[in-house]
Ligand binder design. Structure first.
Ligand SMILES: [Ca+2]
Ligand SMILES: [Ca+2]
Length: 226
């Protein structure tokens, strides 16, 4: 038993010598501009965002997930959204693992339902959940919408939340995958991810420009004080 304890202590010491400070990745929605509205006749779109970060370990097994949301806000042509209320989310980057940050932009047709969904997302904002592996280890390539949905399911919000977001409501989706190695290799602490969401719903052409940041933080480990 004593030898075992000594062995563990040695291991801890060794790993302590080698280890780099753990990284945390933060997703921050930066800007959103309506270039062309989806609802041409009413001259007003109502938009919301849902976003998530999912982390994977060195064996590509999902480890954790956090969720965030913003909206519902009205948008006019040319308008820049006020994203001051778009709260960042953050998650630890597993050693030798990776993170996937995902974001979806939705033009809301059912205001009450969207507001309800956002209320639920706010309640679990940045709460770290264990991912529903089944949804995140599928062999197919996951869309950002699937990532966000899986994140919400993991948080217990339920699959019903975004399941009715269909082609008519989804304006665009974006994901970025970054490995711990890639993150450590970069000198910058902030990655800007630009995305242009454009398309056509029925007769209406729409276009939105969006930027979200992935910011890196090094967790400070404070020595225990007595
Ligand atoms: Ca619409
Ligand atoms: Ca609408």
């Amino acid at each position: 038993m004593r030898r075992y304890t000594r062995y563990i202590t040695l291991l801890l010491l060794l790993s302590g010598c080698n280890s780099q400070k753990p990284l945390t990745a933060e997703l921050v929605p930066q800007s959103l501009k309506a270039i062309n509205l989806e609802e041409t006749i009413s001259r007003r779109d109502e938009v919301m965002m849902a976003y998530s970060i999912t982390s994977y370990d060195a064996r590509n097994k999902p480890v954790a997930v956090v969720n965030g949301g913003w909206g519902v806000e009205p948008m006019a042509t040319g308008q820049q959204a006020n994203l001051a209320t778009a709260q960042p989310i953050s998650l630890a980057v597993p050693k030798n693992g990776k993170i996937v940050a995902s974001l979806v932009l939705i033009e809301v047709d059912d205001y009450a339902r969207a507001q309800q969904a956002l209320d639920q997302i706010r309640r679990i904002h940045n709460v770290v959940s264990l991912p529903a592996s089944v949804l995140l280890t599928a062999t197919e390539v996951l869309t950002p919408l699937k990532y966000v949905t899986a994140g919400l399911v993991a948080a217990g919000v339920g699959i019903r939340l975004l399941d009715r977001v269909d082609a008519d409501e989804l304006l665009g989706q974006s994901s970025i995958e970054l490995s711990e190695q890639e993150l450590r290799a970069k000198k910058e602490r902030t990655f800007q991810v630009p995305a242009t969401f454009s398309g056509r719903h029925l007769r209406d052409r729409y276009a939105y420009e969006l930027v979200y940041d992935i910011r890196l933080k090094t967790m400070k480990i404070r020595p225990k004080t007595q």
